[in-house]
Design a protein around this ligand. Structure first.
Ligand code: IPM
Ligand code: MG
Length: 352
């Protein structure tokens, strides 16, 4: 079971350390871990945010465990050399088109949500975000118009097969949950969204057991804070999914708690090849201080065991240990507490 371990920048290495302690404690046989530099660390060591050796290790692996990228030192580099290009490059090169971002309320944290506790308590949703298309990967540039004004432009486009494959992932996910799927778009304005909607409706014919609804993204942003309990699975494009998943994380109380899986079509002998990362970033302001909450990273490890290695029992054990730690009052700074990175790792290990 080959795992490429890419801690990355900022708090990435510290939270990765705790996740690897948890992995170690499970005592699984046959693991082969390869650590590589990525992001700002990749640029500083090897001159590129996604060095060839890192990409190769990710290609060879059955799964990629990813910390975070983003380094203020690199913000003024040309776009192609900025740390964010590492994660975008991995998503593209490994064709990881389906991003699963679950957001579930942990019991005991209702008071920490920005929402009223009784509303926050209802949150149990999964955002399925398309990850290989949209304005993220369309042609883009800054050009000078005939009259001399500069114009920035990014092409938003989805081909029908791109929509179809993410729709299938979302319908299947809904079948394994409460069988409700909400497709989020902006079909009242965008042609890209009109095609998205048409294709999702076509695909729905194959899933008569799933109830499909559609919502414009502005309304979805509102409904997510007004009545998040109405959502089961949400499927949406790359840009809308980026925004809504950050919003969903704050409804749960902290971005420090949410994990994600990025999956493609490739099957290994153990499961689906994927990349697993917390949805938060590198948090340079607290990097190196032992303050970061490693729970989202640890929960990403659980998702890896589930999706890439078929180890549901171990995934559930890790998730239960994190839930229990939270229920017992373990709190990182992101949750208004003072437990440090290693102490939270210890607390999870003790409950494993
Ligand atoms: C995310 C991040 C990335 C994205 C950035 C780092 C490129 O915000 O994974 O949500 O926009 O997809
Ligand atoms: Mg984001």
């Amino acid at each position: 079971m080959k795992i490429a371990v890419l801690p990355g920048d900022g708090i990435g290495p510290e939270i990765m350390r705790e996740a690897l302690r948890v992995l170690d404690a499970l005592g699984l046989e046959g693991l082969e871990l390869t650590q590589c530099d990525v992001g700002g660390a990749g640029y500083k060591q090897h001159g590129h945010p996604l060095p060839p050796a890192t990409l190769e290790a990710a290609k060879q692996a059955d799964a990629v465990l990813f910390g975070a990228v983003g380094d203020p030192d690199c913000d003024n580099l040309e776009r192609a050399l900025r740390p964010e290009q590492a994660i975008l490059g991995l998503r593209r090169e490994l064709e990881l088109f389906a991003n699963l971002r679950p957001a579930t309320m942990f019991s005991g944290l209702e008071d920490l949500s920005g929402l009223k506790p009784e509303i926050a308590g209802q949150i149990d949703l999964l955002i399925v975000r398309e990850l290989n298309g949209d304005v993220y990967f369309g042609e883009k540039g800054i050009r000078t118009l005939d009259d001399g004004r500069r114009q920035g432009w990014d092409m938003m486009a989805y081909a029908e097969d791109e929509v179809r494959r993410i729709a299938h992932v979302a319908f299947r996910a809904a079948q394994g949950r409460k069988k409700r799927l909400c497709s989020v778009d902006k079909a009242n304005v965008l042609e890209t969204s009109q095609l998205w909607r048409d294709v999702v409706v076509e695909v729905s014919a194959e899933y008569p057991d799933v109830e499909l609804t559609h919502m414009y993204v502005d309304n979805a942003a509102m409904q997510l804070v007004k009545a998040p309990g109405q959502f089961d699975v949400v499927v949406t494009g790359n840009l809308f999914g980026d925004i809504l998943s950050d919003q969903a994380s704050m409804c749960v109380g902290s971005i420090g708690l949410l994990a994600s899986a990025s999956l493609g079509a490739q099957q290994t002998q153990y499961g689906t090849k994927g990349l697993y990362e917390p949805i938060h970033g590198s948090a340079p302001d607290i990097a190196g201080q032992g303050k970061a909450n490693p729970m989202a990273m640890i929960l990403s490890l659980a998702m890896m065991l589930r999706h890439s290695f078929g180890r549901e029992a171990e995934a559930v054990r890790i998730e239960a240990a994190v839930s229990r730690a939270l229920a017992d009052g373990v709190r990182g700074g992101d949750l208004g507490g003072s437990d440090g990175t290693a102490a939270i790792g210890d607390a999870v290990l003790a409950r494993l």
